[in-house]
Structure formats: C-alpha cells, structure tokens
Ligand binder design. Sequence first.
Ligand code: SF4
Length: 342
Amino acid sequence: MFWEAVGDGRVRCFLCYRRCLIPEGKKGFCNVRQNIEGKLYTLVYGLLTAVNVDPIEKKPLFHFHPGSNVLSISTVGCNFHCMFCQNWNISQQRNVFGREYKPEEIVSVALENGADGISYTYNEPTIFFEFAYDTAKIAKRKKLFNTFVTNGYMMPEPLKAIAPYLDAATVDFKGSGNLNFHRKYMSVPDASPIFETLIEMKERGVFIEITDLIVPQYGDNLADLEKLVKWINENLGSETPFHLLRFYPHYLLQDLPSTPVKTLEKAAEKAAETGLRHVYIGNVPGHKLENTFCPHCGVKVISRDGFYISGTNLSNSNKCGNCGYKLNIEGNVKRRNRFYLF
Ligand code: SF4
C-alpha cells in the first residue's frame, strides 16, 4: 500500500515521511519494504516478533480505558534509528524474522486472553501498516479497540485510511522535539511531520497521549520542552496527557547515566507552569506523578502503583469524586488484579 513506480524500475514509498526512492532489488530505510521487479512489497506481513498481553498503562495510555489489557504485537524494523532505542534488538534488526500470524488469529488470541484491545507497539507500527490495518478492521468488528505507539512519522494518506479503526495513539517525542537531537541521535532529518500527524489525528478523533524521553546532557533542555509543551497546549489542548520518560542506558548510548529524577521533576514543573494539566513522570515506579490528579480541585482521582491501579475517586462518567469536574478520560476505569502483571 502507498507506493508508486517512478518509471525506471525504481519505486517511491509514501507510507512514511522518508518517502524512500527504492531501486530494483533494494529495501527502504526501514529495511522491511523491498522493491521486487518494480513493485514494492512488505516483508513483514504477519511476521510477528511479540504477541503478549500488557496493561494499557505500559504504552503509556493513562486516560484511555485505564486498567484495561491490550494484546501487544510487533514485527522487526523501524523508520527511525534511535541510538538509545530500548527495543533495538527488533527495531534495528537487519534480518527479517518472526512467527507467522493471520490478522484474524491475532484478534482471536486477544479475545481468548480477555484483552480489551490491540496495541501495535514495541517497534514502529507504520512500517507494518498493512498487517496493522487488516487486523484493526477485524478487531473493531469484534468490539476491541486499537492503539498505536508511534513516532508520528506516518504520511497523511495512510493515517486517513487507518483513522476510522484507530481509537488511541501514544505519540513519542525524544529530546522534546529538538531538531539537532533528531538529526544526531535518531537519524531523523525533520521533526515537523510529527506535529502534522498530531493535528491530523486530533481532527480524526484519535485519542492522543504524548511522551517525551528526556535524555541527560543531550535532550534535557528546558527551552525545548517549553516550546513543545506550548505547542501541545495550543494545538491539542491543556488536558492532553503528557508523560516525561526517564532514559536508561540502552543500545549505543550505554555510557550515559539514567536521567536524574530531579531533571524530570524540573521538566514536569515547567510543563505544568506552561499550562498542561496532566503531566506524568514515567519509568520511575512509585513517583507521585504516576497518579492522576483532578485539574480543578487537585484531589488524587486515580492512584497507581507502577502499571497497577490501586484506587480511584471517579464517578462512572469520569467526574472527580470530590468536585464533580469531568476529566479527559475515555472509557471507565477497570480494576485489574495485581497478580496478573507479575
Ligand atoms: S515506510 Fe520504510 S520504505 Fe516506506 S518511506 Fe518509510 S522508511 Fe522508506
């Protein structure tokens, strides 16, 4: 899907903003789309590297069906090359491998395991678009929801195609969207398509939560954070959930320390000052900012312990139990058994 022949044996892929021009026999940047005799083929249709049930909070989605379970699936490959990728062993793979599944099998596995939805995650779902699209359509018919965990580099046409079946997305920033950071540490030439994707998602009714990975020394600039947060506030709304994620050394950035919790707290303060009303700190289990507070009266309305919801103070219509303020939460909170997670 989303390619055309350019007339000299080469093909142009329009699935993501890289818009790779691919000569005969070669693959695109993501390594999973190949020009074979003048036609572009996906090499990872149904070839999955992970199929397992996760708490939705792991995505992270804190305001979309809190406490639900999602069947998480992935393939190999990615259209970004992040030097700090925590899933680099699948995302940066040069070999194509996985266990074969059909879309309907994935939906059956989700239903058999009591999942409430399917999450296309771990590696970038854009690059296994065709399988995600076919699965999402069947899942929707079976009353499951679909969520993407994405870098937001999908072109508008594929986004329009999948939007009717896509209920929510976690869109991941790194280094607060700083252009030099994207170029140097992620091999991404331009961050602006991510913002266009977010606008398109909002217009099409996809529920959005945003993460920002704060990398010490290179990607922890408060001026960049302020710029990003202002953009979110003005374009997506002040109640968009915003997750500041702690970096841990991974892949090619092994020699950096983890992000100090103080750095994350300063960033959270800045995000809140700039106007965002649901700011979270992630990858720091037990931190106060993994809970949800009412933006009107400040009372804690969802208590979390890591990915586990330990208590709520919300009515069935997601109004604050103290002041009645209606929170930006879609779906009712489910209480998941703790033993399920460990
Ligand atoms: S999906 Fe892959 S082949 Fe297509 S434009 Fe993006 S990186 Fe290139």
